[in-house]
Ligand binder design. Structure first.
Ligand code: G2I
Length: 362
């Protein structure tokens, strides 16, 4: 270590040899210049996670346990992201393949990887009409309701204290203009199945933020968005425990980024919940794609309670829509133009940090 770096690190420098006033002045100026350069480059973070953290937010990725042996994949994950979502490993068919026989091996690989590196974990998902194991698909009525609540309780209890935010219920509203609930075996157990799931999750892990997560809820004018908004409003009014809304935000030509996206984020936030962008991917390429990523990040940073963004995969080849090249890294793990726009937007933002989040209270 030289004297300058010793000084910067706060450790004692080795004794300086006597020198002329002129040399001392030149050395002093050089140290000041170095300090200026260091402080300005320190404010421009060089990774997504570090930049988001400077704004009090996280930047995460959906990851797959079977890719944790891929060194390119893990290298990007560990360098860039400070939150993870298991892409499939916490779904009902993965965690309870036979009724009351729980399997956490693959989910644990992801949770342990994340926690040992100080990353947050988004749990995905406790109650969903899809990816149900066969035994659950064949159930109905009270038996299904009880099985669902048992699942929520057992999984949330197992991971108690390790999960930052749970997607307690996923995709419970219908597409189209009806604003109705989606028909499913869970919905047919009674309209109160969603709040029952949230109450069970709160009892099992009082420290986790509890989210409702859905897609096609990005455009403020859509009936589905309005229906979710009314449910969250109702939950807050009646004291049903809910802390966050997840907007999946899978954007493509059929479901484009809406110009009123920021209104959607701020409107949900005004209900007194955090807003998280939970499954972001944007099909396309080049400048068009990069500028849409930039706008999404700007919108989140403009809303104090938009406290995190998760992209749904790392490389384009990891995506569920790989043909749409919707992610921030190409198939070889190189940064895309979309990555640069995302990092620039993160570094440029920061005028509205999120409030210090109190632990859930209801
Ligand atoms: O469809 C995109 C996402 C929409 N929101 C909820 C998310 O949970 C969903 O993720 C996708 C995963 O990216 C896919 O990887 O959910 C799909 C269905 O659960 C996942 O696909 C499944 C395949 O359907 C299975 O055949 C396969 O065994 O992935 C499984 C594991 O590779």
């Amino acid at each position: 270590m030289n004297n300058a770096s010793a000084r910067a690190s706060g450790r004692p420098a080795t004794r300086l040899r006597p020198r002329s006033a002129l040399v001392s002045a030149v050395v002093g100026l050089a140290l000041v210049a170095t300090a200026v350069v260091v402080s300005s480059s320190a404010s421009a973070a060089t990774t997504l996670g570090a930049s988001a953290a400077e704004k009090g937010r996280y930047f995460g990725a959906a990851i797959a346990a079977n890719k944790l042996s891929d060194s390119t994949y893990v290298g990007i994950l560990n360098r860039e992201f400070n939150s993870v979502t298991p892409e499939n490993e916490m779904k009902i068919d993965a965690t309870e393949p036979q009724q009351n026989q729980f399997s956490f091996t693959n989910a644990d690989r992801i949770v342990n990887h994340a926690i040992s590196r100080g990353m947050k974990v988004r749990g995905h998902t406790l109650a969903w009409h899809s990816q149900q194991p066969g035994w659950m698909q064949n159930m109905s009525g009270t038996a299904l309701r009880n099985a669902m609540l048992n699942h929520v309780t057992r999984v949330a209890t197992y991971y108690r204290g390790k999960i930052d935010s749970w997607d307690v219920v996923n995709e419970a509203f219908a597409d189209g203009g009806s604003g109705a609930r989606r028909d499913s075996n869970l919905q047919r157990t009674g309209n109160d199945w969603i709040e029952a799931a949230f109450r069970a999750a709160r009892a099992a892990d009082p420290g986790a933020k509890l989210c409702y997560n859905d897609y096609n809820t990005d455009d403020w004018t859509h009936a589905k968005t309005q229906a979710v908004y009314r449910m969250v409003q109702d939950f807050k009014q009646r004291g049903v425990p809910i802390d966050c809304v997840g907007l999946q935000s899978h954007f493509n030509a059929q479901s484009p980024y809406p110009s009123n996206y920021r209104t959607t984020l701020s409107s949900f936030a005004a209900l007194g919940v955090d807003v998280q962008i939970t499954e972001l991917d944007i099909e396309g390429s080049g400048t068009q794609q990069a500028e849409t990523y930039r706008r999404v990040v700007q919108d989140c940073l403009a809303v104090p309670r938009c406290n995190g963004i998760t992209v749904w995969g790392i490389r384009d080849s990891d995506s569920w829509r790989s043909y749409g090249t919707p992610l921030l890294f190409d198939n070889n793990g190189n940064k895309k133009q979309a990555y640069n726009a995302t990092l620039e937007a993160l570094n440029a933002g920061g005028t509205t940090p999120p409030p210090t989040t109190a632990p859930p209270t209801t």
